[in-house]
Design a protein around this ligand. Sequence first.
Ligand SMILES: *[C@@H]1O[C@H](CO)[C@@H](O)[C@H](O)[C@H]1NC(C)=O
Ligand SMILES: *[C@@H]1O[C@H](CO)[C@@H](O)[C@H](O)[C@H]1NC(C)=O
Ligand SMILES: *[C@@H]1O[C@H](CO)[C@@H](O)[C@H](O)[C@H]1NC(C)=O
Ligand SMILES: *[C@@H]1O[C@H](CO)[C@@H](O)[C@H](O)[C@H]1NC(C)=O
Ligand SMILES: *[C@@H]1O[C@H](CO)[C@@H](O)[C@H](O)[C@H]1NC(C)=O
Ligand SMILES: *[C@@H]1O[C@H](CO)[C@@H](O)[C@H](O)[C@H]1NC(C)=O
Length: 938
Amino acid sequence: MRIIGCCKQVFIAFLCIHFCCTAGQTNFQDAAVLKSLTDGWKNLPHSWTGEDPCGKRWEGITCSKSRIVTITLASMDLTGQLTGDLESLSELQILDLSYNKGITGSLPPSIGKLSKLTTLILLGCGFSGSIPNSVGSLKKLVYLSLNSNRFTGEVPASIGSLRQLYWLDLSDNQLTGSIPVSDGSKPGLDLLVNTKHFHFGKNRLSGEIPRNLFNSNMTLIHVLFDNNRLTGSIPESLGLVHTLQAVRFDRNLLSGAVPPNLNDLIGVSELMLSNNALTGPVPNLTGMVSLISVDLSNNSFEATTVPHWFSALKSLKTVIMERTGLEGLLPSGFFSIPQLETVILKSNQLNGTLDIGGSSSQLLKFIDLQNNSISNVKLDPGKNYTLMLSDNPFCQKSLVASPYCNKNLGSSSYKTPVFCVTPKCASGQMSSPTCKCAYPYTGTFVLRAPSFSTLGNDAYFTELQLSLLQFFVDISLPVDSVSLSNAAMDSFGYLNMHLAFFPAKEVHFNRTAVSTLAFVLSNQTYTPKKQFKPYVFFADNYTPFAGSKKPSHIGAIIGAVMGVSILLLLSICAAGYAFSQKKRAEKANQQANPFVSWDSQGTSGDVPKLKGARFFTFDEVQKSTNNFSEINNVGSGGYGKVYRGVLTDGEIVAIKRSQQGSMQGSREFKNEIELLSRVHHKNLVKLIGFCFDHGEQMLVYEFIPNGTLLDSLSGKSGIELDWIRRLKVALGSARGLQYLHELADPPIIHRDIKSNNILLDERLTAKVADFGLSRLFGDTDKGYVTTQVKGTMGYLDPEYFMTNQLTDKSDIFGFGVVLLEMLTARKPIQQGKFIVKVMKETVDKSKDLYNLGELIDPMLLSSSNTLLGFEKFVDLTLKCVEEFGVDRPSTGEVVKELEIIMQLAGFNPDTESTTTSQSYQGSNTKSFSHPYSDDSLV
Ligand SMILES: *[C@@H]1O[C@H](CO)[C@@H](O)[C@H](O)[C@H]1NC(C)=O
Ligand SMILES: *[C@@H]1O[C@H](CO)[C@@H](O)[C@H](O)[C@H]1NC(C)=O
Ligand SMILES: *[C@@H]1O[C@H](CO)[C@@H](O)[C@H](O)[C@H]1NC(C)=O
Ligand SMILES: *[C@@H]1O[C@H](CO)[C@@H](O)[C@H](O)[C@H]1NC(C)=O
Ligand SMILES: *[C@@H]1O[C@H](CO)[C@@H](O)[C@H](O)[C@H]1NC(C)=O
Ligand SMILES: *[C@@H]1O[C@H](CO)[C@@H](O)[C@H](O)[C@H]1NC(C)=O
């Protein structure tokens, strides 16, 4: 004994020396345990080298005071077993190993020693064996998710001791036995009065549902015992849990009558009792006023006419009573339930004339009355829904083939629409909804109690997909887009759909991003709207990590070779360009020698370094503008005048001619044209060249034909800007600004963002103009530039005005004012009132249109389309005009938000090419067919 004890001490001392020397910031025992625990695991992150998980920041590990507190390794394609030593990680709070199908074996009883554990998520792994009783010792546990493994044996009664438990998910295993309840000597699930979620679906639980499983002290929201082998009747005690929202006992062997007090559950929105052997009368659900979806199919209820109480339930969307013994006439008021979308009353004895009635629900999409005794139909001609009537006398007698007599109907064909040209992607990669090739993180999203119908209801999918994207953007996960497809109900009564999340930056997510993505879904941090809850996500293996195959080396080599050749090409081009530039400069020098006077101090008399801009002689400019004739004068300002000109090659240009007195020094002029020539973006007005000759300073820009945004908003240009066009203009100018702020090198602050500086081309593409006042930023460490206040009253950032410190957030303020102009078509300062102030005083988010009805441009309100995304647009505008720069969004955030609003309004933010000032087309998806798609304006 003593020898062994001594050895152990020596061993620990050895470990101590070993780790004290090398383990750096990690508690030596934690480091050793983690190593032994994962010994033999495959596919561990590459950062897992050395012996200092905390100090070396191993991916998936976080520490506090050198102790390991979280292990999140979801979706890493790990293989291995969870053995032994786990208990020594005594500070562990979160363990998430979800979606690693290769983690197998049993869950060791020692897990019960992790007394600090709050979150245990092993969803979608390969665990087998029974769930150890010791999980009942994890007194701090809040979140227990062992679903979708191969656990066998009984539900441990000890789980009843987990008084803090919020989420209990054991579904989709092979659990047997009955549901444990307390009996004085042992705990049971009835004691879980703080738990909100009982998810036990898809197991093999048997026996009767204990009468005391439910009590009035419980606070359950979701009770899902579907797809088991439960017998006996539904206990009356269920009716005591008034907090319930979703109840599923479908697909069991339940019998007896439904207890009448179920009617007391006024919060339940989904009730599924189908596929049992329930008897007695069809339950009276008049009291379930929140009911959205009900399925009572395939039971043995007493034959009855369609109950009248249905019509009293105003929120019903889905009624499913297949083979339920319904007979007689379907009352004509039935279809006027205001939210009704889906009615499936297949295989009953409904007879007589089906009268859908003139007042049927506007939302009605799908009526399945196959296999009844209906002999006639009276339809509501104004509506568009699918009606299925095969195997009714109506179809037998009908001489003409009726479209309602077909039998088969495909499942939902929804797929995230793609508006751009799909590129051909390398093997393993996929094209995203924004047409970029990448390795998406994919999986199946399962709605466990869907309350809406999938057919013809694309709007739900769009909403879900956008809400996911919005969530990821909000928590700064690098997700570029989300694609949703293949939505279909399965035989368990779950709605499955395929999701793909595309990376924003690289072609694939890194491990940190993947495990974070997986965790926010496995831990339900992402909470969608009620109709999508509860959900569960099953990730596919993420291919870039799969089988530890890194993205192909050959690909990398080819990439590198291509990279080198592109570099080579570029440098050849650059050399050629420099040469031609030099030639041109020499030629220019010979012609008019414009650079002789380039710098009066003679310190930088070199040729300006221009990218793509050219030099014009005074004569050329004079000729192109017909000697600066008044007819060609298209604008003027403090700096001078702007002329329209036609070059010898026919190109139309705008020439900005500085007047005497507003000219800059030659060095400033040179800096400016160097700066302007570097800026190339489709939402920025392009500099074509300059003239520095005859003592003149002129800038030559591309000509933008449709005038300024101000011209359009004020009605001067005659271009009618409806809501969608305004959104497009907003997004375009935001993108131009984003280029200046984030992509130009060095970054540029515009300093004079206003509606008069946003031009519209013939396709109504917004072009930000006039960086005359622009200043580079980024050349200070502080992130701001101190300058004399310049800009235009009404658009001036109050913070800049007070402090003289100019940042990119000053442009955001000006941009916010432009957004306000788009909403109201008012000038920023009108009759002495500052629109920003008026807006802030008027807005009331509890009212219709945020109470802005009076302020909004009447033209927007008069058009027949709804202002989709209006609230979000106002929210964004208000953020942009916040008093302090730090509270305003970045340009990137503004762009992203506007993209989301565009999508909400049913338009793809990247379809510019089909749009002209004459007409534009909306997306062609049904749900988005836009009332404006055939407008002809101007
Ligand atoms: C509900 O809680 C109260 C107070 O804790 C307790 O007295 C009562 O017995 C509980 N009722 C049930 C049905 O468990
Ligand atoms: C259904 O229950 C309501 C009370 O919740 C009652 O007023 C109504 O008469 C019942 N209907 C039938 C058909 O039993
Ligand atoms: C419809 O069915 C009801 C009940 O089965 C029956 O009483 C009635 O006569 C039937 N009506 C017709 C038109 O067949
Ligand atoms: C009704 O919907 C179908 C398919 O969803 C479509 O082809 C048809 O044009 C629609 N009819 C009307 C009148 O809207
Ligand atoms: C992984 O990606 C995230 C987000 O793009 C980034 O912040 C992080 O630095 C990356 N981690 C590693 C180890 O590259
Ligand atoms: C896990 O999700 C819950 C909501 O389900 C949230 O309150 C909690 O903060 C999340 N945990 C972590 C570590 O993000």
